[in-house]
Write a protein that binds this ligand. Structure first.
Ligand code: AMP
Length: 529
């Protein structure tokens, strides 16, 4: 095995991989010179899969068996509103899995979401091994800053299934800040505005020569390029449908073609004022082919999606407030994520922060580059860098009356540990159930239940007498551990809080074994060990 640590930006729509080689960071290219890989996995009837460009290319003719935007489902609970939204806009079938997790049903097999991400990671590993002529097993993977504990764990599980050792899960904006400021001898407060294919994050950082401290982070894991595409799809489909009285939305192949065309049009409108969506033979009506051809103007796109951008600006304002800074105290603004190429995004960010965004970060590559830098520093090939990130949500436990008592406030610096002493509410109570909650509401039911466990064998005492110390710790990956200790008996119970929707250890092991020898596509054999 080599000492290379891959920095992987596992994006909703595209992924990117970089590595540090003798103090230089390099984005690893695939055959054909591509520097990003579509995060798309397609399946064949025999169970074999394709990943990346070839998967994206065949999506139109195989829409139901082609999975994209799986990141929108990772680590989520099937019955949550976000999954419902995500499922509405995709042609593949999503069903409920054994842990109430979403699973993608293709040719009668139910794929867990970490498994889909693992296939992308395996492909990335293969690309890197080909480019570096070395075997790779260590990676740093980035996630949106606003990813919850469950989403982080599920991402780590994906790495495990792909046979990779995940040295660190790091937040995407933090990685971008590393790419911007590492070894640059600067002392600045910066804002990283990251609008990707599926998610939006804003992080405010204080960076100095060897320390990167996140002051605040905020975001929305359901706001990204896919939503912009959807607005175009709905707009164009509506006028087409009223003209021909044919539903595109029900025709999977037509819808996939329209989706590709909508994304392409959106990207073109970043440099052109108008573009044409031209889809001949899109549908048939009474054996007659119907074509879709219409011009889309940049102003139309801006009208259709302006509110999405306004929402990101509102989130920026709340992040600044949490960092207790005003706009004039921000020295630089970095734009990360493919969507920041949209002129209206750039304009609104510039207006809000009252400055022109920095030009020296690559929107598609900065995150992977930062992850590669972090990877190298973790292997101590490079001078260590102090990275202080924050937790995006508050963590608490359910207490009497159905309330949530917060132990770790959101935007606390991690790693962190916090403890609080609780007691019992009834006489002779022998056990307490600890429910770990994530979220800001005072009401337990309005927060996300991360996990629960029971502390038993509490000696018989009057209500209020036992002293139960509940401690939470969050590691540098943002993953939560909780423990409860009876201070009298010293009996302790602890769990790594596994969100209800992640895979069991057995299932992870089974999948890792299954995929161990599977060969990713588009591979050149010449790999040295
Ligand atoms: P990322 O997750 O950072 O790879 O961002 C991908 C998103 O950026 C997708 O929704 C792309 O359609 C979008 N994107 C890429 N290039 C452009 C462009 N030139 N203009 C607008 N959006 C773009």
């Amino acid at each position: 095995m080599s000492d290379f640590v891959l920095g992987i930006d596992l994006g909703t729509t595209y992924s990117c991989v970089a590595v540090m080689e003798q103090s230089d960071v390099r984005v690893l290219e695939q055959k054909g010179g591509y520097r990003t890989l579509p995060s798309v996995v397609a399946f064949n009837l025999d169970g074999s899969s394709m990943v990346g460009h070839i998967a994206k290319r065949q999506a139109v003719t195989n829409a139901e068996n082609t999975v994209y935007a799986a990141k929108r489902l990772i680590g989520r609970n099937f019955s949550g509103p976000d999954v419902e939204r995500a499922v509405k806009s995709v042609p593949y079938k999503v069903v409920q899995g054994p842990n109430r997790d979403p699973r993608i049903q293709i040719f009668k097999r139910n794929y867990s979401i970490p498994e889909i991400s693992a296939l992308i990671l395996k492909q990335i590993k293969a690309i890197a091994e080909e480019a570096l002529h070395a075997k790779i097993d260590k990676v740093v993977i980035t996630v949106p800053a606003y990813f919850s504990d469950g989403q982080r764990q599920a991402t780590k599980d994906a790495g495990f299934i792909a046979g990779l050792e995940v040295l660190r899960i790091v937040n995407e904006p933090t990685a971008a800040a590393l790419a911007f400021g590492y070894k640059k001898k600067m002392n600045k407060k910066i804002a990283v505005y990251d609008l990707g294919g599926g998610t939006f994050d804003i992080s405010i950082l204080d960076i100095s020569t060897d320390a990167f401290e996140v002051l605040a982070t905020a975001g929305n894991t359901f706001l990204g390029g896919e939503d912009f595409d959807q607005r175009i799809i709905d707009f164009v489909a509506k006028s087409y449908e009223s003209e021909y009285e044919i539903s595109i939305q029900k025709d999977k192949m037509a819808l996939q073609r329209l989706k590709d065309a909508a994304e392409a049009a959106k990207c073109q409108l970043s440099s052109l004022l108008e573009t044409e969506i031209n889809l001949p033979f899109l549908t048939t009506l009474n054996n007659e082919s119907k074509h879709l051809r219409r011009t889309l103007h940049r102003v139309e796109l801006e009208k259709l999606t302006g509110d999405l951008i306004d929402e990101t600006i509102r989130i920026c304002a709340s992040a600044l407030e949490m960092a207790a800074l005003n706009v004039s105290q921000i020295d630089d603004v970095l734009l990360v994520g493919g969507m920041t190429r949209m002129p209206l995004v750039q304009q609104k960010v510039k207006e809000f922060f009252e400055k022109i965004p920095a030009k020296n970060v690559h929107p598609d590559e900065a995150v992977a580059i930062g992850a590669a830098i972090l990877g190298a520093t973790l292997m101590e090939e490079e001078a260590p860098v102090i990275l202080l990130d924050v937790t995006p949500f508050s963590l608490g436990i359910r207490t009497a009356g159905g309330f949530s008592t917060i132990l770790v406030q959101k935007n606390s610096t991690i790693p962190t540990e916090a403890g609080h002493i609780f007691t019992t509410v009834t006489d002779g109570q022998r056990s307490v159930k600890i429910q770990v909650l994530q979220g800001e509401s005072k009401l337990a039911t309005e927060n996300t239940l991360l996990g629960e466990f029971t502390l038993t064998d509490i000696p018989v005492q009057k209500a209020g007498e036992p002293e139960i110390m509940v401690t939470f710790s969050i590691d540098s990956n943002g993953i939560v551990q909780a423990s409860a200790k009876d201070l009298k008996t010293k009996k302790e119970q602890s769990i790594v809080v596994t969100s209800k929707s992640t895979l069991s250890d057995e299932e992870k092991d089974k999948l890792a074994a299954e995929y161990k020898d599977s060969t990713p596509n588009e591979l050149v054999a010449d790999v040295k060990t």
